[in-house]
Design a protein around this ligand. Structure first.
Ligand code: ZN
Length: 312
């Protein structure tokens, strides 16, 4: 049953907890001439969850006029193709990620295949991803920092570039509700069905911290993440601070390991982050991308020397 988190904004449940063991909420906003859906879920979400959730509000998928993808990860845009089939909605997404949003091969190769020595997808994992992604849909409205979403309601786009290179937040100026989607990650999130945690994910340390700092400066009463419950401003600011503290912790770990060991591979650092800083399950997409981001960050500041060596 969809509940109203602020006037004209309803939170919709999804099938994601059953599929991937994490909460995932979508939101529908009455923006006057536009009925806006924030994020699409995975391929199975629109029919299994979004349609019945909308029905509880007396609405249906055909009523949607605008679908916004906060970033190009499967749980936020995999439902696009089904939504297109059931509605005349236009699709809006960060201009910076249009390439990933319109090309599954490119997304999977560049995100999951960036560090083949550290991590490689099995065939089963690859086909699971493609199943969640479904067919790609052309993005009609390319969003840039400072844009307003179409409609009469002042919905401001803020490019945070943290969790993924073009990631956006959306601020509803009417109710001072800040949708941060996956950008405010704290120390990660516990899985619903195991004792493990999902680690934070970001690909550029500087961009992640700059984006978080921008969010901290905004006026908001409610912070709404995709994979957790909405929280008030005090708790929201605390979570942003915790996200920044996490970055410092990984930086300290990276510099310390390099000092004692002399050299470090992405895989070695990912394993340390994924075991030493918490129960993150060692090597995975999140820890590998963070390891690489922090090594690059250190190299840019002159604290490490990137080297390649010949493999016979
Ligand atoms: Zn997500």
């Amino acid at each position: 049953m969809a509940d109203e988190i602020a006037p004209g904004i309803h939170r919709l449940a999804t099938d994601y907890p059953h599929v991937c063991g994490l909460p995932l909420w979508l939101h529908v906003i009455d923006a006057g001439s536009e009925l806006v859906l924030l994020d699409a879920g995975i391929a199975s979400t629109p029919e299994s969850s979004t349609a019945p959730e909308l029905a509880s509000l007396g609405l249906g998928l055909p009523d949607l006029t605008l679908v916004v993808n906060s970033h190009a990860h499967p749980d936020h845009m995999g439902g696009n193709a089904v939504l297109r089939r059931h509605s005349g909605a236009r699709f809006a997404a960060p201009a910076l990620e249009a390439g990933w949003l319109e090309d599954n091969e490119r997304l999977v190769n560049e995100l999951w295949g960036s560090d083949p020595d550290a991590m490689a997808l099995s065939d089963a994992e690859r086909s699971e991803l493609f199943e969640m992604l479904d067919e790609r849909v052309r993005i009609d409205v390319l969003l840039r920092d400072g844009d307003r979403l179409p409609g009469e309601r002042p919905l401001q786009v803020i490019t945070t570039s943290g969790h993924s290179p073009g990631h956006i937040a959306v601020l509803d100026e009417t109710s001072r509700t800040l949708f941060t989607f996956d950008d405010v990650q704290g120390r990660g999130r516990p899985y619903l069905d195991s004792s493990l945690w999902l680690a934070p994910l970001y690909t550029d340390v500087e961009r992640y911290t700059n984006g978080l700092t921008r969010l901290l400066a905004l006026d908001f009463d409610l912070l709404v993440p995709s994979h957790g419950d909405a929280i008030d401003a005090t708790a929201g600011r605390k979570l942003i601070e915790e996200s920044l503290d996490w970055v410092t912790a990984v930086d300290t770990l990276t510099a310390g390991l390099l000092r004692t060991r002399g050299s470090l591979t992405v895989r070695e650092l990912a394993d340390e982050i994924g075991t030493e800083l918490g129960a993150y399950g060692g090597i995975n997409l999140q820890t590998v991308r963070m390891a690489r981001a922090h090594l690059e960050h250190l190299a840019l500041r002159g604290g490490a020397e990137p080297r390649w060596h010949h493999r016979p």
